[in-house]
Design a protein around this ligand. Structure first.
Ligand SMILES: C[S@@+](CC[C@H](N)C(=O)[O-])C[C@H]1O[C@@H](n2cnc3c(N)ncnc32)[C@H](O)[C@@H]1O
Length: 297
């Protein structure tokens, strides 16, 4: 237990100072801002209140609540799990240990699918490995005429995704199915009718999972992270399974990690079934999304 965690601050300013110390001792880089955000969440304060009313007394209950959250963050629990939400594509998503926290680079996937589907009347879209539901829900929200199918192996992730769909009023247009990749889509008459299959599959090579920052490796589900020996195990299966469901000219859009886009492109070229292939870089210049168009035969 750190020394900062043992002190009993009696004012807002003292509590903030204790929070910054606890987080810094835990190795949190952005300790100052995160302590403010945790106090906002725990006590309903704002940065301005903390500045202007720093000498305001805090109750033992408020102090206990904030100190507990500072402790969790110092143990490297992701800030988003503590605050309970993450913004994605302009929408607020509930997050938790059942699913990956939505990442900003995944917005590129949504963008690519939107670009493709805006020209398709009443598109059917499948989101494979939906996790928190962020991709499916953002697409359903942006495309009022679309029908979505979202699958995940994890029943706990499914429950979270359903709750996020309800939160954004799209639950009647997203069918959530627990199961393996595109398997749950079979026997639903969807073969050859899907305008876009989209997925952000797990893509960390198995032997790199242990090197992830503690926030990721110790708190986010391994099922959402590990992508087999080379990180592309699920991508490989999606390349071969998605074609059957896509319309001619339909889009398969997959997120990849650093240095994986080229390998995936080569796999698709060798396997056939897809015509045009292109990649999209993220803000850091990493080829992050690979788009395949189903061949028109
Ligand atoms: C990287 S996370 C992506 C979650 C969400 N789509 C996002 O972008 O934030 C991958 C998801 O795929 C799911 N998953 C892993 N293997 C799967 C499989 N074989 N079939 C279905 N879902 C799978 C995991 O449970 C996890 O929710």
């Amino acid at each position: 237990m750190s020394r900062a965690a043992d002190i009993r601050p009696t004012t807002l300013a003292g509590l903030l100072r204790a929070g910054v110390s606890i987080l810094s001792e835990g190795g949190i880089q952005n300790a100052e801002n995160e302590a403010v955000w945790i106090m906002d969440f725990a006590l309903g304060t704002s940065r301005l209140t903390l500045r202007l009313e720093g000498q305001r007394q805090v109750t033992a209950e408020d102090r206990g609540r904030a100190m507990e959250l500072f402790g969790r963050r110092a143990a490297r629990e992701p800030l988003q799990f503590i605050l309970g939400t993450q913004e994605f594509c302009g929408l607020e998503f509930e997050v938790g240990p059942a699913a990956l926290i939505p990442r900003p680079e995944t917005e590129l996937l949504v963008e690519e699918v939107l670009r493709h589907c805006l020209a398709v009347p009443h598109p059917i879209i499948a989101d494979i490995g939906t996790g928190s539901g962020c991709v499916a829900v953002a697409l359903a929200h942006a495309l009022p005429s679309a029908s979505l199918y979202a699958t995940d192996l994890s029943p706990a992730a499914m429950a979270l995704a359903r709750s996020n769909a309800a939160r954004h009023g799209v639950e009647t247009r997203v069918v959530f199915l627990t199961g393996n990749l595109l398997g749950p889509l079979r026997r639903r008459g969807l073969e050859g009718r899907v305008a876009a299959v989209v997925s952000n599959p797990p893509y960390i090579p198995e032997d790199e999972v242990a090197d992830l920052p503690p926030e990721v490796g110790s708190f986010e589900p391994k099922l959402a992270l590990a992508g087999g020996v080379d990180g592309l195990a699920i991508h490989r299966r999606l390349l071969s399974e998605a074609a059957e469901f896509l319309t001619p000219g339909g889009l398969l859009a997959l997120e990849v990690g650093l240095g994986q886009a080229d390998r995936l492109r080569r796999m698709a070229t060798a396997g056939g079934g897809y015509g045009r292939i292109r990649t999209k870089p993220d803000a850091a210049g990493i080829e992050r999304v690979v788009c395949f168009l189903r061949s028109v035969e």
